[in-house]
Design a protein around this ligand. Structure first.
Ligand SMILES: Cc1ncc(COP(=O)(O)O)c(C=O)c1O
Ligand SMILES: N[C@@H](CCOP(=O)(O)O)C(=O)O
Length: 466
């Protein structure tokens, strides 16, 4: 499989190259040049397959000859062996049509572990093959940072610099990052929003001299391998609910459009996805884009679902690439004008094309709290605020036929957001033992302004010392 940039000018890369590259050299994002297909027979055979076998079947065509099937299986077994549930991503039934897909059984209690535990191992394999060192720069609104740090802490050929918006992540999320004392882990709290952090990361990639000097790599969902690993759980869940002989809908709490884009990829591969519900909090740029064609950046409002406090959704560019007929030049022009004008026109034809699969909803804090109480009272499930936004959108939607099961992606363990959960439900979730002790440990991070030069100088200085 070869990978091409959404902006059409960067060279096509192999899977190994694209995993190490992060952002394309023309500022675009890499996507596969075609969508591999999962046949009806393959999907039926996966109904009884383990998570690891499902992962191999879904990912092998994307990985190509970068790894043999046995090597891929071994890496998946190692990555998913670290999850505390035998099913890795179990389904939980809420009522006659609503299900939760629990994605938080990994080491840092959020869905990011599913991809990042594997990505850490892929990095290690590819870097030792090349005897090469990389510097990962990442931006997080809380969960990517902790999952990425857990996946790469102590790895010799990697340094990681993780930017988070100061004061805008939960205390558990922050401590999961800042209490890791491995010498290759460098946390930076920036004075700004997640969007500022993400823009700084992209600017570092676009500074070719800086990117070359440090061999920059990415762990955010700009990295294709992240999304590839997330496709697996859509397939794993859908076949258990009857696919390919029955359609399934998914409701996805959305910020950077990575998780829901993985659902789009699953559908492109032949999974019968009836609908993808894009659920946002009040930071609703994606809802406005999909429902009214209005993709214009507003100010970020801090909410109790902080991981979704995002306006500029990186992976929306990947969908826009398809909506522009995979015309890289046309998309590059559109993205350049978006970068300056902070607004991008989505034509009615493009919006209608997206609407074949995507619906959207913006959920405010009252609706979120209401559904948290419903899940607890009616189904005995304590859910986190992000999951609640997905579930509220699922329960409000009238666009999914009644006979189609609706799976809400449960993207984080409620204990990561225990203050918000307690406020909404009166229940304070316990921290699972795998993260206990978090509040007894020392924290280490730098605080810097959201300024490219200051952050680059910090990375230069730290790298010099290492
Ligand atoms: C708990 C949680 N839910 C949902 C999301 C949104 O996912 P995405 O950014 O892939 O749309 C995030 C952050 O990415 C998250 O951490
Ligand atoms: N919500 C994310 C934001 C970064 O998204 P990513 O999927 O691009 O890594 C987070 O928790 O950090």
């Amino acid at each position: 499989m070869r990978y091409i940039s959404t902006r059409g000018r960067a060279p096509a890369l192999s899977f190994e190259e694209v995993t190490l590259a992060g952002l394309a050299s023309d500022g675009g994002l890499y996507v596969p040049e075609s969508w591999p297909q999962l046949s009806v027979e393959t999907l039926r055979s996966l109904r009884t397959a383990s998570y690891v076998e499902t992962a191999v079947a879904v990912m092998a065509p994307f990985v190509g000859d970068a790894l043999s099937e046995d090597e891929l299986r071994d890496l998946c077994a190692e990555a998913y062996g670290r999850f505390d549930h035998a099913g890795v991503t179990p389904l939980v039934q809420l009522d006659h049509r609503h299900w939760l897909l629990e994605l938080f059984h990994g080491p840092t209690l959020a869905f990011k572990d599913v991809a990042l535990q594997l990505l850490g191992l892929l990095f290690e394999r590819f870097l030792s093959r090349r005897d090469m060192h990389v510097t990962i720069v990442g931006a997080t609104s809380g969960d990517t940072g902790s999952a990425a740090i857990d996946a790469v802490a102590g790895r010799e050929k990697i340094d990681i610099f993780m930017l988070h918006p100061q004061g805008r992540v939960s205390d558990v999320q922050r401590r999961q990052m800042t209490t890791v004392m491995a010498p290759n882990v460098h946390n930076i709290a920036i004075d700004g929003s997640f969007d500022d952090a993400q823009a700084l990361v992209k600017a570092m990639f676009n500074d070719r001299a800086f990117a070359g000097r440090h061999n920059l790599s990415a762990v955010n969902s700009i990295n294709w391998a992240r999304l590839m690993a997330q496709v697996v759980y859509y397939v794993y869940a859908a076949v258990r609910l009857g696919a390919p002989d029955r359609q399934v809908a998914f409701s996805v709490p959305t910020g950077n459009f990575g998780d829901v884009f993985a659902g789009y990829v699953a559908s492109k591969m032949g999974l019968p996805v009836a609908r993808l519900l894009v659920a946002t909090n009040v930071n609703d740029i994606l809802h406005r884009a999909l429902s009214a064609g209005d993709y214009s950046v507003g100010t970020v409002t801090p909410t109790v679902a902080p991981s979704m406090d995002i306006q500029v959704s990186s992976n929306f560019e990947r969908l826009l690439f398809d909506l522009h007929g995979r015309d890289g030049a046309a998309l590059e022009a559109a993205m350049q004008s978006f970068e300056t004008a902070k607004t991008l026109a989505i034509t009615e034809a493009q919006r209608a094309q997206a609407a074949h699969l995507f619906s959207s909803a913006s959920i405010d804090e009252d609706a979120m709290a209401l559904v948290m109480r419903w899940a607890s009272a009616e189904a005995g499930q304590v859910i986190d605020p992000h999951t609640a936004i997905g579930l509220a959108a699922a329960r409000l939607s009238d666009e999914v036929p009644a006979e189609v099961p609706v799976v809400t992606l449960a993207t984080a363990h409620p204990a990561k957001f225990r203050d918000a959960v307690e406020r909404a439900t009166g229940i304070r979730p316990h921290l699972p033992t795998r993260v206990s002790g978090l509040f007894d440990r020392e924290e280490r991070f730098e605080t810097l302004p959201a300024d490219l030069k200051a952050i680059q100088a910090h990375i230069d200085a730290k790298s010099e010392k290492r």
